[in-house]
Design a protein around this ligand. Sequence first.
Ligand code: FNR
Length: 187
Amino acid sequence: MKILAIVGSLRTESYNLQLARAAGAVLAQNHPEVEYELLDWADVPLMNQDIEHPAPEAVARVREKVKTADGIWLFSPEYNHFFPGTLKNLLDWLSRPVSDTEGQVLRGKPIALAGTTPGMSGTSHAQDHLVTMLSFLQADIMNAPRLAIPHIGQQMENGALSLSSSAPYLEKQAAAFVGFIERHRNR
Ligand code: FNR
């Protein structure tokens, strides 16, 4: 089983990137059958229909990664009670048909939602907007459990994520998502 992580922040020290890495460690420990990869998408250009066909190399690459993944685990920050515009741009590219004969790659794709903020929101507003967009794209969203971790600063030790209180919730979401993907495959 292949799970692709998409982190909605391009920041080197991103809390959400650190959370995605912690998720990888949980999968390696508890679900060793899962292949886990973080999507590299920083080079995807701004959506401009003038350059849509043929797809830019970076777009073709991310589409292929999404297409061959059994599930997508999204780790998004919250910007102004929404998900970042950079992530919207990536999802906009993914929302377009691959070719005249091949549809868009998010259709029917199992997706889990997670995120963290230093403040009290925990990204729950951003996740609601992701659900709206991804439902429109007919992705197969795992509605529960979602993971929204507030006050992440309290779970940092010496600059690294400790997840002292949230680790059980991350483990729970990992197990639920693996089961969700298995049920999706057996349908
Ligand atoms: C933020 N931040 C933020 N936090 C929040 O809980 N709700 C919000 O609406 C916003 N809005 C917002 C807008 C913009 C433009 C920025 C840059 C930031 C703070 C945000 O949660 C914080 O910077 C996180 O550290 C971003 O996630 P990463 O990069 O650490 O993963």
